[in-house]
Ligand binder design. Structure first.
Ligand SMILES: Cc1ncc(COP(=O)(O)O)c(C=O)c1O
Length: 339
């Protein structure tokens, strides 16, 4: 039985679901993970996650298909990215198989929270790892917790795609050789203030420029940037301080293989936006958010339109979302069924 939720008006927020997965790293190995109904953690006051930000997380979604089955979209890529985050912060890695199995267990146990097909709503999974145990110096933690919880989330766009405007920030979210490519909490703590500033001025979020020269687009809030040039090339920034978006790499593939576009990862200079006829932000939460305009200092640059969505962006969106919900054939290995 599906929960009685107003799926059409569901946003992106925490809702306590029935079960979450939890595993403990002690004495050099992971415990057998299990499901629990307890949504609280009881940890040492000396936990490194609390003081030194030794933690990382992931985000992915489960989708209900027309035939009632459930899809996970490229969970192996989230497992791999989490392993890279763990390497960067000296945390133990969760093997890919354990990660995917844990995702499946959580979705299966909370199936009632997964929206019916056709509502656009999904079940958002939040895997995370924290350094715990008694500690006070700047050291890696003696113990770790790996957990996954889930929340039902609404369609990002109710009633179709809608362009959003963004403000270029004077702040950086990550250092040039820092932790920008890892999905670690510190990057997000650093983004709260600039994000609030942008929203207070009526923008959807802020855009970060590269932290070395402040001349190139890096990220769009919690999403990656892409632009479609006048001659139909899909371009997305390449930088060591960008979070490698799984959605972005999926779009790079789909743009080339399904839409026949040229694709390129390279520099996107903030003063050369005229080359693009369309632009968008992409990510698990944002899916594809068409970018209406970008405010950079006194200049407001409009791409396709502040109200209408471009043709290429629409095609990419339909292809991606069609694959996620099982309506469009997926490239091999992209869909993992929860059964
Ligand atoms: C900073 C940042 N960039 C980009 C993304 C998009 O990544 P993905 O497509 O893997 O969700 C996210 C969300 O995970 C993010 O937090």
């Amino acid at each position: 039985m599906t929960k009685n939720i107003d799926w059409q008006n569901l946003g992106f927020g925490y809702i306590k679901t029935d079960y979450r997965y939890i595993a403990y790293w002690k004495n050099g190995k992971w415990s057998k993970g299990e499901l629990t109904q307890d949504n609280t953690l009881h940890i040492s006051e000396g936990s490194t996650a609390l003081h030194y930000g030794q933690q990382c997380f992931e985000g992915l979604k489960a989708y209900r298909c027309k035939d009632g089955s459930i899809n996970l979209f490229r969970p192996d890529q989230n497992a791999l990215r989490m392993q890279r985050s763990c390497q960067r912060l000296l945390m133990p890695e969760v093997p890919t198989e354990m990660f995917i199995d844990a995702c499946k267990q959580v979705v299966k146990a909370n199936q009632e929270w997964l929206a019916p097909y056709g509502t656009g709503a999904t079940l958002y999974l939040r895997p995370f790892m924290i350094g715990v145990g008694d500690n006070v110096g700047v050291n890696p933690a003696p113990e770790y917790i790996f957990s996954i919880f889930c929340c039902p989330v609404g369609a990002y766009f109710k009633g179709g795609l809608k362009p959003t405007n963004f403000l270029v920030s004077n702040y950086d979210r990550a250092a040039p050789q820092g932790t920008g490519a890892a999905k670690v909490g510190g990057n997000y703590a650093a983004s709260l203030y600039p994000g609030k500033e942008a929203k207070a001025h009526g923008f959807g979020d802020c855009i970060y420029l590269d932290p070395t020269t402040h001349t190139k687009i890096e990220e769009v809030g919690s999403a990656n940037f892409f632009g479609i040039t006048q001659d139909n090339t899909f371009i997305t920034p390449l930088s060591p301080s960008i979070l490698p978006s799984i959605t972005k790499y999926s779009l790079l593939y789909l743009a080339k293989e399904r839409l026949g576009l040229e694709t390129k990862e390279g520099d996107v200079y903030i003063d050369q936006l005229d080359q693009f006829k369309e632009a968008g932000a992409c990510g698990t939460a944002a899916v594809i958010t068409p970018i209406g305009g970008i405010q950079y200092g006194d200049n407001f640059h409009v791409f396709y339109s502040e109200t209408e969505v471009g043709e290429v962006t629409t095609k990419l969106y339909n292809e991606l979302v069609g694959i996620q919900f099982g309506d469009v054939e997926a490239p091999e290995g992209w869909i993992v069924k929860v059964d």
